[in-house]
Design a protein around this ligand. Structure first.
Ligand SMILES: [Zn+2]
Length: 453
């Protein structure tokens, strides 16, 4: 049976509030940037707005309806692995000194605008205050907005438990929690994982997304007798991490990071404390530049570089991790065509060659350049050159419904995979995922079991 190891059932409950806020912020930004900004920035704002509007209408469905839509597009029965995403601190880090600084900034801006009201004749002050006030508004909504994605954690747990109960043999959700929330739960983050994740629980695995603002070696994950990795390794709980130069990230100017960051000057992971005063990482790219792919790339490099994960696996060599997206379609297309700026997939292959339980998935591999051969290039130039052992850990995934953001429907998506991978499609979409998830399903047809160690 077809297994899609990477999809999302985010619903309106989870996101609407934040979408309305972000839409408001973007409209404001659009008005603000039109006379000032470059054409590129204005286009970016419009693209952002369209994207949000699209999500807003796309997520009218319940998770069960989403499953049924996928099933119809796939044209066959299938197993979905919906990944949860704890977005509680996507725009705000708890106990964060940077947040304190923002509150100070907010107070200062309020003072300036009060002065402005009293002194309207001072044109220069007037302009500065107006400009800053608009910025403050954007901060308020998108960065300072403590309530952005509020209750998203609880809502997602409820949604996914409901669909697991309804379709126990068709849906295998992955749980997600931000390690910075350790103090919020009486038994810490590990108690939440023990409560929800395991073979006999609603969630079969764990999803981590470090570019939201934490290190892969955050002490809650990495240190001590009851670390998250230690628990997952011991209990064979699969973890999926986002592993791409693209995607999503926090947009704070700075945030306190416990554990290691990737240090580009040495090309190695080092404690954030060594590189930044008080461990507060300062970012060059920020929300004001509006170049979202640069903002994301900077945070993916600092907080999610594969070298950081070598350090994790060095300590927990049997940990079962899926490095989702195999570096991402943009990096992968470059890598497949020998463009040296495509480097991320090479590291993932190295991780897979070094550690026996490292997997990867090909989710969100949409046809970016309208090139009919895009997946065939990847199949011939990358997949076929992998060792048999690495091949046995490559998995199919869609990233539904994020995929829809890239104007791709699921039917065309899987057709492209079936065409490019031919007889190997079964390997990546059934055999390897069964092994990753440790499902006990009857396999149809001839299966090359010798690939399994
Ligand atoms: Zn995803």
């Amino acid at each position: 049976m077809l297994i899609d190891v990477h999809c999302h059932f985010f619903t309106k409950n989870v996101m609407t509030e934040s979408i309305i806020k972000l839409e408001g912020a973007l409209s404001r930004l659009e008005r603000l940037s039109n006379p000032l900004a470059t054409k590129e920035n204005a286009q970016m704002v419009t693209a952002g707005k369209n994207g949000l509007e699209f999500i807003n209408t796309a997520i009218q469905n319940t998770p069960q309806e989403m499953y049924e839509i996928m099933k119809k597009d796939y044209g066959c029965d299938f197993i979905a692995v919906p990944l949860m995403l704890d977005l509680s601190y996507a725009f705000l880090a708890p106990n964060d000194k940077a947040f304190e600084n923002k509150k100070t900034l907010a107070r200062t801006l309020k003072k300036i605008s009060e002065k402005r009201r009293m002194n309207v004749s001072n044109l220069k002050l007037n302009n500065i205050a107006e400009f800053m006030e608009r910025k403050l508004d954007i901060y308020d909504r998108s960065v300072l907005g403590v309530d952005v994605f509020q209750r998203s954690y609880e809502e997602q747990i409820n949604d996914l438990i409901t669909i697991k109960d309804a379709l126990p043999n068709r849906v295998y959700p992955f749980f997600s929690i931000d390690p910075r929330r350790n103090e919020e739960f009486s038994g810490g983050v590990i108690s939440e994982i023990k409560k929800y994740v395991g073979k006999d629980k609603s969630f079969i695995g764990l999803k981590l997304y470090t570019s939201l603002g934490y290190s892969p070696t955050h002490p809650v994950l990495f240190e001590g007798d009851d670390s998250v990795y230690g628990y997952c390794e011991k209990n064979n709980i699969p973890i999926t991490i986002h592993s791409s130069l693209e995607g999503f990230s926090h947009m704070l100017d700075q945030n306190y990071v416990e554990g290691d960051i990737y240090y580009p000057y040495s090309g190695l992971p080092i404690p954030a404390l060594d590189a930044y005063e008080d461990g507060i990482v300062k970012y060059d790219k920020n929300v004001r530049s509006l170049i979202f792919n640069e903002i994301t790339a900077e945070r993916q490099i600092l907080l999610n570089h594969p070298k950081l994960w070598f350090k994790v696996l060095d300590k927990f060599p049997d940990l079962k991790i899926n490095f989702a997206h195999f570096g991402g379609i943009i990096q992968m297309s470059k890598f497949a065509n020998d463009n040296q700026t495509g480097f991320w997939p090479k590291y993932i292959i190295e991780l897979m060659e070094t550690y026996p339980n490292v997997y990867t998935d090909l989710s969100c591999y949409y046809n970016k350049e309208n090139n009919p051969n895009y997946l065939k290039d990847i199949y011939h130039n990358v997949y076929l050159k992998l060792s048999e052992s690495v091949k046995s850990r490559v998995m199919y995934g869609s990233d539904y419904f994020m995929l829809s953001l890239f104007d791709t429907d699921l039917k065309d998506y899987i057709d492209a995979f079936r065409k490019a991978f031919g007889n190997d499609f079964k390997q990546i979409s059934e055999i390897n995922p069964i092994h990753f998830l440790e499902l006990t399903l009857p396999l149809r047809g001839n299966v090359n079991r010798s690939m399994f160690k």
